[in-house]
Structures are given as structure tokens and as C-alpha cells.
Ligand binder design. Sequence first.
Ligand code: BGC
Length: 441
Amino acid sequence: MAISPPRTSTLAQRGPKRETLLKAIQMFQRSILATAAVLAFTATTAHAGEVEVLHYWTSGGEAKSAAALKATLQGKGHTWKDFAVAGGGGDNAMTVLKSRVVSGNAPAAAQIKGPALQEWAAEGVLANIDDVAKAEKWDSLLPPVVANVMKYKGNYIAAPVNVHRVNWLWASNAAFKKAGAKVPTNWDEFFVAAEALKKAGIIPVAHGGQNWQDFTTFESVALGVGGADFYKKALVQLDQTALTGATMTKVLDTFKKVKTYTDKNAPGRDWNLATAMVIKGEAGMQLMGDWAKGEFVAAGKKPGTDFSCVAAPGTAKSFTFNVDSFAMFKLKNEDNVKAQKDLASAIMSNDFQEVFNLNKGSIPVRLNMNLAKFDDCAKLSSNDFVATAKNGGLVPSVAHGMAIGSATSGAIQDAVSQFWNDDKMSTKDAQAKIASAAKVK
Ligand code: BGC
């Protein structure tokens, strides 16, 4: 509709008629403004929907990252309904998700990753978001190893947000200085540093005694002691010879030795509280994925100056990847479907990938992004991601649901934690337990 204003030449007229005319013009202008306001309102609300998002990002750095996602969605005019379930590693969140889906009340999007995406898709509850992915050429924006995981029977059912590296060691520079110790690069050096920290009255290893954290430490020890090929055989292919062999025995002994350098308050501690101990210099080191860096950054700490990020001992040439992603559930309401697709598209955008990952501690999953604003830890991660993809050192994190199905990894995780917690269990028994857990389907 074209709206033309009245001819303004009449404004030049003098006398009583002029006032009447001015009034008429003012009324006309008001009505145009009112019409424009109605049109603008209709444009932003016609397709506004609501997206309920299940996630488990509740620590300092994580919450900032979740806020970036919320702001991006709201920027598109939609409503964000927060469905945060506290609990690192997402075990609690997955339990809650199951009950919601079973009762026919799935959220629009949920933080699900790795092979679990395929398990959910096989239940027939996930939505096909191929139209967004095709229009935005996701196939050319993602590493194939990631794109394949995001698809079920060739169609995208999830959108990835990042690449976390799990095999990191975080060290407090102040604690190491006080102890006169050197940040370790292999397990022998690790125990030398741990002894020095202990002598200086510092807790050598900040650990949170929760199953998934025990498993996170275990996988870094397995990678460092056994190397990438052993890791793949034992923890990805679940090869019984590797699981029952001498290398695994050495892995378990080393793993249990790490425990002797943790404090008595470790059981049940949240991972971010363990990171806080390193941030404050109360503890020297933490073995944890780079979501820990999100905590250092949120606390205003600088890599190099306040803390060091190095590959977990013996793993400099490997990379355990952990890709966070949002699976999209089938929805009925059309506006909500539109909002869900806008969320998927926003997740893959350049701007979002930058701001989200700067806070989260991870690196963008979208290829060829400019990393100028990222710190040295992220740059190292990015270089190593590319290098290890070429040399065979890139392996999926088993502790973070990237390598094997959830039933098997749950069983192995329980066996690993039992060994960590039970000081009477022998390495031999633990090894047998882990090997038989690997057979759980
Ligand atoms: C997730 C991260 C999260 C961490 C702690 C990992 O499994 O991939 O996004 O920050 O657990 O909850």
C-alpha cells in the first residue's frame, strides 16, 4: 500500500483556513505513525515463537555462554524458555530429558552430543533441520567428522556449537612458583611436580570426586600412558586384548597414583569448585577439559600470566575432542518450529560462534573462522585439532559421550569410579571389571 502525504504547498496559505489545514495534517501524520507502529509490531511478532532449551551450563563461564545463546535467539524476536539442569557432564540433564520426552513433553532443543544423538534420532523424536543446513551450506562449514555426527540417515538433526579439548592440564602459576616446580609434560614429571607442590603445602591435584570427573581423569591418563592407538583400541573399539593387556594395567596404576595427590574433600565436589582451587592457588593442577578455561576467564585470569594450559601429560600430540551440540525435537506449533530453526541457524553463525566460544573456553566448530580475539590456549587447541586430524592423534572423548553408546560408556564409567573410590580394589579386579563393562550393550 502506498501512502502519499497531502500536498504541502497549502502550508503557505494565510488566514483561518491555515489552522484547520495544519490540524488535518497533524492528524494525518499521527495516523501514519500509528499504522507504521502496527505494521512493525506485526512484522516482529507474526513469527515469534518460544524455544525451550535444555542445557547444563550453570557454572560461571558456562552461564555466560548460555546467556550469549539466549541473547542471540531473543535478537531474532523469539522467547527463550530456560531449562537448566545443574550437574557437570550432563548426567542429571539426560535423566530429566528422558522423563520429559517419555511423558510427551520434549523441549524444543536439548544439549545432546555424540552417538547419543543417533540414539535419540532412532526413537523418532528429533526434527529434520536439513532445510536450514542446506540453505546455509553446513556441509562446507563443518569438519566432516563433526557433520556426520550431527546427521541421522543423511539429515541434520542437531547443530554444533564448539569443539572442546578434554586432554588439558591447568596449572596455577603462583602455586608452581611457590613450589619451585616445573609444569609437567609427561607422567614422571607430573609426579615430581605433585611432590614439590605437596611439600610447599599446596594441594597438588584439584579433583571433584564425581563419576564423570573420575572418568575424565582416567581418559587423559589412558591417552598419555598408552598413546592414541592404544586409546582407540581400548576405549573406542573396545578391543578386549587392549582392555585386558599390560598397557591398561599401567594406565590403572598411574590413574590410582594421581588420586594420592588429591585432597580428602574431593568426593562429590563440583568441577568448577575444583577449578576455583587452582584459580586461587590453593591447588596446583587440574586435569579437565577446556570448559575450565571459561572459569579462569570469568574470574578475570589471564593464560600465561596467572595460569598455564598445557596438554595433559604425554598427550601433546593427541586431542580428545568433545563437541557440544543441540538436538532439535519435533514440535507442533509452527511459530515454535520457526523459532527452533532460527536457533539452529544462529548457532552456526560467525558472530555467535565467536562470542560463545570466547566465554566457553572451547574453539569454534565452524571452519575458517578468524581467531584474532582468542587467547593462546584456544590457538594451541585450534592448531592441534588440525594437526592431529592429519596424524591420527584426534580421538573422541569417551568420558564426554563422543566415542561409544551411552549404555556401554555408563558401565565403564561406573567401573572406573568404583576403582578410584575403593582403595581395597586391586588393579587386576578393576581391569577385569572395566573389560566386562565394555561388553555392555
Ligand atoms: C560438556 C561441557 C560442559 C562440561 C561440564 C562437558 O561434557 O561438553 O559443555 O561445560 O561437561 O559440565
